[in-house]
Write a protein that binds this ligand. Structure first.
Ligand code: BTN
Length: 272
């Protein structure tokens, strides 16, 4: 049997200090590891053994970082990789996608306010700067009957990542340090992100998605643009018109309005 990973000593850890500077209503506890397979996988195990809402797991490096649709998330040192554990009471099982969208708003607002860059959100979970992806969000849930037991929301950001060392097929991503031409203070960025994730999550729980949707739409990468969406083996082409109350993307096609629950968006405007 493999020994369980051991978190870093909290004393003098700048990430713990950064967490203490946030409001800490929901997110009060951080386990920081040098190396994990995946912070989402680790936190799902904790969720399954009854860990409370609000635990954060952060790793400096992941050996099996996961992305959406069973993709992998390349996670060398220099990036910011963490997951948060939620046990939302007022959110229904079919509304889990709203948590991903809400987390996207939180991440984009932090990048805007702390780094002065103009990020946008590509439905459902990509954080973009210009036409390149700088971050991604992966929400994974467990259910008891028809109710949510817990949701693990994982966030990965290419912060001080050296893109030239990424595998060739991943070179089309961006790194924050290249965008702002300086090293990113990871603990500080982490603290801001936790603060905003808490703010927007509580807003979603208290006021529902109508209080989030206008912000998401304002940040959207492809609203009112022609897009092509790959949904399983179908390709749908139309204009991205809106975001529905359940988080689906509403597309106006030549056959009328349709709503897409999962898939990959390609913005045709950017294909040249
Ligand atoms: C995506 O863009 O498809 C989502 C990427 C999410 C990556 C983060 S990194 C921290 C957390 N742990 C994982 O294994 N994945 C998420």
């Amino acid at each position: 049997m493999v020994d369980p990973p051991i978190p870093l000593e909290p004393r003098n850890d700048p990430f713990q200090h950064a967490l203490r500077n946030t409001s800490q209503i929901v997110f009060k506890r951080l386990l920081h590891f040098e190396l994990l397979t995946s912070t989402n996988e680790y936190l799902k195990q904790q969720g399954n053994i009854g860990e409370q809402e609000g635990l954060i797991v952060l790793a400096d490096e992941q050996t099996a970082g996961k992305g959406r649709l069973n993709r992998s998330w390349y996670s060398p040192r220099g990036g910011l990789y963490f997951s948060i554990l939620l046990r939302p009471i007022s959110i229904k099982a079919e509304q889990v996608p709203l948590i991903t969208l809400t987390a996207g708003v939180a991440v984009a607002k932090v990048l805007q306010s702390s780094l002065g860059i103009q990020p946008s959100l590509k439905w459902p979970n990509d954080v973009m700067v210009g036409q390149k992806k700088v971050g991604g969000i992966l929400a994974e849930s467990a259910f008891i009957g028809n109710d949510i037991d817990f949701v693990v929301v994982g966030i990965g950001i290419n912060a001080n990542s050296s893109i030239k060392d990424f595998p060739v097929e991943l070179q089309a991503v961006a790194s924050l340090q290249d965008l702002v031409q300086r090293q990113i203070n990871l603990p500080r960025l982490f603290g801001y992100l936790i603060g905003q994730l808490e703010f927007w999550y509580l807003r979603l729980c208290d006021k529902g998605f109508p209080a989030i949707a206008p912000h998401w739409k304002q940040l959207c990468y492809h609203l009112n643009q022609q897009v092509s969406i790959k949904e399983e083996d179908k390709i749908i082409i139309g204009i991205a018109k809106d975001i529905a109350a359940d988080g689906s993307l509403i597309i106006l096609t030549d056959k009328g309005r349709i709503s897409i629950r999962s898939g990959d968006v390609i913005s045709l405007q950017y294909l040249g």
